[in-house]
Design a protein around this ligand. Structure first.
Ligand code: SF4
Length: 272
């Protein structure tokens, strides 16, 4: 792992995401190395154009954490292009440093992770007025999880995180993201977790050029029976798959009293 400490001016940056006003990324790069990672574009901004995604991490050193003047009532997402509880957080505590500055403020903090290490900060979370912790999970099959998210926590560990958050009265959500066509069984995940999850977010798999080949190669090698379907969706841009699935999920959640948010977006999707 190529590791370096870099000076950084701002911990909170304005966000263009529909769900957040500010984002916090205390690290650049992510050792979890998920094969579909949307954040890989960060390589060129972070002066790592030729380094392999997942094999470098920049630890941001803040002189001081500046809190924006308009923070009141805002939603702060931790994190959007790294995992805030990647393995280096246990040593460097950069996410914790920022949380310490945010506690007590009149804003909502949302944490999103694939790591069991988030449980380290449970006592800190309890000091917030408004906080929620999300766990990303798109399968209950740990063999599939190992293929797509080789260094993140196991399915069982993520379930344990959600249960522990519930036991400690910290609001939680499960990000069913990204949904892999024919491999993510969203109903099975909801059935297994609905007793200890507050709400669900759904996001479709969006394959951009940097990692499209990587994902399609995995599907051809390990799930060859699905390769034709993946080619139809991702190479020939069959728009109907996602719009049908989106409708199906909405009907399922509404019919079963499941709280949910949809983040199905794809430039090629056009609703029917
Ligand atoms: S945990 Fe998130 S940021 Fe890290 S590699 Fe996986 S998808 Fe990317």
């Amino acid at each position: 792992m190529l590791l370096k400490e870099v000076a950084a001016n701002t911990a909170l940056t304005k966000s263009k995401l529909p769900s957040a006003d500010y984002v916090v990324n205390a690290y650049t790069g992510c050792p979890h190395k998920c094969i579909y990672c949307y954040a890989e574009f960060m390589k060129k901004f972070a002066k790592h154009p030729d380094d392999e995604w997942g094999e470098f991490i920049d630890i941001k050193i803040f002189e001081r954490i500046k809190i924006p003047k308009d923070i009141e009532g805002k939603y702060i997402l931790i994190s959007s292009v790294t995992d805030p509880y990647n393995p280096y957080e246990m040593e460097y505590e950069k996410t914790k440093e920022i949380l310490e500055e945010l506690k007590g403020l009149d804003c909502c903090v949302g944490i999103l992770t694939k790591s069991k290490s988030v449980l380290r900060d449970m006592e800190l979370f309890k000091q917030f007025k408004n906080i929620e912790v999300g766990v990303s999970m798109n399968t209950t099959d740990d063999d599939f999880r190992k293929r797509i998210e080789p260094r993140a926590s196991s399915v069982e560990e993520r379930l344990e995180v959600l249960k522990t958050l519930r036991k400690n009265n910290i609001k939680n959500w499960l990000a069913l993201s990204p949904i892999f066509p024919f491999l993510t069984d969203y109903k099975k995940i909801i059935e297994q977790t609905k007793d200890f999850v507050d709400y669900y977010c759904f996001e479709n798999l969006n394959l951009r050029s940097e990692y499209k080949d990587r994902v399609l190669t995995l599907i051809r090698r390990e799930y060859n029976n699905l390769h034709k379907n993946y080619k139809a969706i991702f190479l020939y841009e069959d728009q109907s798959y996602w719009s049908d699935l989106e409708q199906e999920i909405i009907e399922y959640c509404e019919g079963n009293d499941i709280k949910y948010k949809m983040y199905f977006y794809h430039e090629k999707i056009r609703k029917k």
